[in-house]
Ligand binder design. Structure first.
Ligand code: AMP
Length: 356
């Protein structure tokens, strides 16, 4: 079977790598940046199944997927829903999942109206193409309405009530064509300057109730869309329970730990799901795992080469400020051992960002 993936970044590459042993599955990646309609149509015609490593696919390309919608996994509906933060929030609500209060914003007057309706602070976001905290503005006073609209407005926005959370977490699952689902244990995710810096398994101190809530949420969401593939739900932890932030209709940076850390990785199960195969177990293989992003500079990751319980992944990308260049996974028998290894990898996590 031939599987084509739209996007040839690290996510597509790791998906391809995850099933190298399955020689009857042939994977090719399509470079969305070098797009031409003719090249895309040829690519789509040459494969049996199509998937994507990013939801940021321009509308003209999405339109060309319509005729091949029956071989696209996750579905066109899932892609369109999670491309747009308003549709996404509506889908979350429809699946019974808690979210921040929100409203649509299409003008400066709407921003002022949102302040009235939601109270302050408010997080204003572009409905499309936002990632790593880009296209966002936090309003702390009513006077921020105009600068916020100037900064990111003149296009469709969503206003969200500010969620006062204690930490950020995510839950990732894969669902097969028959509706069977497997769910990985959750991670705690720590961001810095809008970018994920590291994810930790286990999600320390998470109550059994909240873990069950997260699993229930992701099952409800995936079932509601008859979803096929790997799906990620980012959740804020609050005193009163988990509140959904956003969904990725794909594998996610916070799930990279599963390559070495779990019985089956998020990438492999994604590929198995879209190929119509049975999914693998998602249990963790170690008592403690960390995934640390390598950002801007690969230097600090080099130390991982000499540490037996650390695995370095380099994406082969040119260094640029704030760019994800790779990640390092640390596996350990205990949280203490994991954290000791992380301290040997000095410089990988910026000063003040490591939580311990
Ligand atoms: P997003 O791109 O939606 O994941 O937002 C980027 C980051 O902004 C999140 O990881 C949170 O740290 C923060 N954030 C986003 N939405 C909210 C919200 N409604 N309340 C509080 N913080 C938020």
């Amino acid at each position: 079977m031939k599987i084509g993936i739209l996007g040839n970044g690290q996510l597509g590459q790791m998906a391809l790598d995850s099933i190298r042993d399955l020689t009857d599955l042939e994977v090719s990646l399509y470079d969305l940046r070098a797009h031409s309609d003719a090249a895309l149509d040829t690519f789509l015609a040459s494969v049996d199944r199509v998937s994507y490593e990013t939801e940021n696919i321009p509308a003209p390309i999405v339109a060309r997927l319509e005729p091949v919608a029956d071989k696209l996994f996750p579905s066109l509906k899932a892609l369109k829903t999670f491309q747009n933060r308003l549709l996404e929030k509506n889908a979350l609500r429809a699946a019974g999942i808690a979210t921040a209060e929100f409203c649509a914003v299409n003008s400066l007057d709407d921003v002022k109206q949102a302040v009235e309706q939601l109270g302050l602070p408010i997080v204003l976001k572009t409905t499309t193409e936002g990632y790593d905290g880009k296209g966002q503005y936090v309003l702390r006073s009513a006077d921020d309405a105009e600068p916020a609209w100037q900064a990111i407005g003149n296009r469709e926005l969503i206003a969200e009530a500010f969620v006062s959370f204690s930490r950020e977490t995510s839950v990732i699952a894969s669902r097969d064509v028959h509706g069977n689902m497997v769910v990985w244990p959750m991670t705690e995710n720590v961001h810095h300057e809008g970018i994920l810096r590291y994810s930790l398994y286990p999600c320390a101190g998470l109550s059994a109730d909240k873990a069950a809530q997260a699993e229930h949420y992701i099952r409800q969401l995936a079932d509601s869309l008859d979803y096929v593939g790997t799906i990620t739900l980012e959740l804020f932890e609050t005193d009163s329970g988990l509140v959904a932030n956003e969904v990725a209709p794909r594998v996610h940076n916070s799930g990279h730990w599963s390559i070495e850390g779990a019985e089956t990785s998020q990438f492999r199960n994604h590929m198995l799901a879209i190929a119509g195969r049975e999914l693998g177990a998602t249990t963790a293989k170690y008592n403690a795992v960390a995934m640390i992003n390598v950002i801007s500079d690969e230097g600090p990751a080099e130390k991982a080469e000499n540490i037996s319980n650390a695995f370095r992944h380099s994406y082969g990308k040119e260094a640029r400020p704030a760019r994800k260049l790779g990640h390092v996974t640390v596996v350990a028998d205990s949280v203490e051992q994991r954290d000791n290894t992380i301290s040997e990898l000095s410089g990988l996590i910026p000063d003040g960002v490591w939580k311990v």
